[in-house]
Design a protein around this ligand. Structure first.
Ligand code: PLP
Ligand code: COI
Length: 354
């Protein structure tokens, strides 16, 4: 049975920071709104969520998050339309994925009402922070971590669920050039790759740093066994267009099952674009780049939206991708953002009024 929130405490910030924000020049996820939601799990139960002024969290040095990394998160965005109404995009998918991640990290699952009602109440309170400038939105970061204490390497007995909000512009600045990874791995069979676990990102930072030093903005992860099949990028799923077919790797236990990815697959089908969900070998992509049938590569994710890939590096060679008029990437980006910003009909029922 679904748990409903009985009382919902809201402590408002005494002053707002909003007037210090330059909404015309937003970076990604670096300034935060006036409020946040906090919900504690203690004595085997989730307590009633509280909305409080945005503030630091205080933790015991033995909190298990610091030692054993029980930490998961989600990412979504709130959009404002021309009339000033606020919208989310498929938030229930984020809720479900959060609990999938929680289960894999031996953390308690969160009741739907705590996530959804908490999210909506917080967004309503901070709705002035949802940017109306083109290409900007309010990035929503729900996260959960082990606040319970002790050095015993076992799941904590206390957790915190928090939602923080950050008015944000684009995730990438400039062209996206990716490196197809041949040494390091992001995930392995039976591992936590499909969970949105903080550790998955920590493990990516060093190989990504090496790639950044060579001028790439993201790594494209390949399978950990042979480094031959394309899996996903650091913060987005990957699509490849060979001739007119749009191809993406199947979601498995090494890949984050992206909400943007599955939305694009549906939109592509709706547009009559041939799609294939199958293993994509690097050999095939390199061959296609050489013979000219590789038309596009792009990344898809909440933060990245749809980001065309300008070039990829593989074994010391860079392969440039053509710049196409009316590319699949631009068509997918338009269809998806038109739904998100309430500029077009939403035949799939993905928009969610705040
Ligand atoms: N893959 C990774 C590793 C990600 O961090 C993200 C971003 O959330 C995605 C894929 C795309 O997922 P979604 O479209 O649900 O944001
Ligand atoms: C998102 O797109 O929401 C993500 O979580 C990616 C993140 C690493 C910025």
């Amino acid at each position: 049975m679904e748990t409903m929130i009985k009382t919902f405490t809201i402590e408002k910030a005494k002053t707002s920071k909003i007037h210090d924000v330059d909404f015309e020049n937003l970076s990604f996820g670096s300034i935060f709104t006036d409020h946040m939601l906090v919900c504690d799990y203690v004595n085997g139960a989730w307590q009633v969520p509280k909305i409080v002024p945005y503030q630091p969290l205080t933790l015991d040095p033995s909190a298990k998050i610091f030692h054993y990394g029980q930490s998961i998160f989600e990412g979504m965005k709130a959009y404002k339309d021309e009339a000033g109404d606020a919208w989310l995009f498929r938030p229930m998918e984020n809720y479900k994925r959060m609990n999938i991640s929680a289960k894999r990290l031996a953390m308690p699952e969160l009741p739907e009402a705590y996530f959804m009602e908490g999210l909506v109440a917080l967004l309503q309170l901070d709705s002035d922070w949802i940017p109306q400038t083109a290409g900007s939105s309010l990035y929503v970061r729900p996260f959960m971590f082990a606040s319970g204490t002790g050095f015993h390497a076992s799941p904590a007995d206390a957790y915190k669920f928090v939602i923080a909000l950050a008015p944000s512009g684009s995730y990438f600045s400039g062209k996206v050039k990716v490196l197809i990874e041949q040494k390091y791995s992001r995930a392995a069979n039976g591992g936590v790759g499909y969970a949105k676990a903080g550790g998955n990102y920590a493990g990516q930072f060093y190989p990504t740093q090496l790639a950044t030093e060579k001028g790439y903005s993201q790594v494209i992860w390949t399978d950990d066994n042979e480094h031959e099949y394309i899996e996903e990028a650091g913060a987005m799923n990957v699509f490849v267009r060979i001739d007119d077919t749009l191809i993406t790797a199947p979601a498995n236990d090494r890949i984050l099952d992206g909400i943007t990815r599955k939305s694009i697959l549906e939109i592509a089908k709706d547009e009559g674009i041939p799609t294939e969900v199958r293993k994509i070998s690097v050999t095939e992509v390199v061959e296609a780049a050489k013979n000219g049938s590789l038309k596009e590569m792009f990344g898809a994710g909440t933060a990245a939206v749809v980001s065309p890939i300008a070039a990829f590096g593989y074994k010391g060679t860079d392969y440039d991708l053509p710049e196409l008029e009316n590319s699949y990437a631009s068509r997918m980006k338009k269809r998806i953002t038109d739904i998100q910003y309430n500029r077009a009909e939403d035949k799939f029922g993905w928009r969610y009024k705040v």
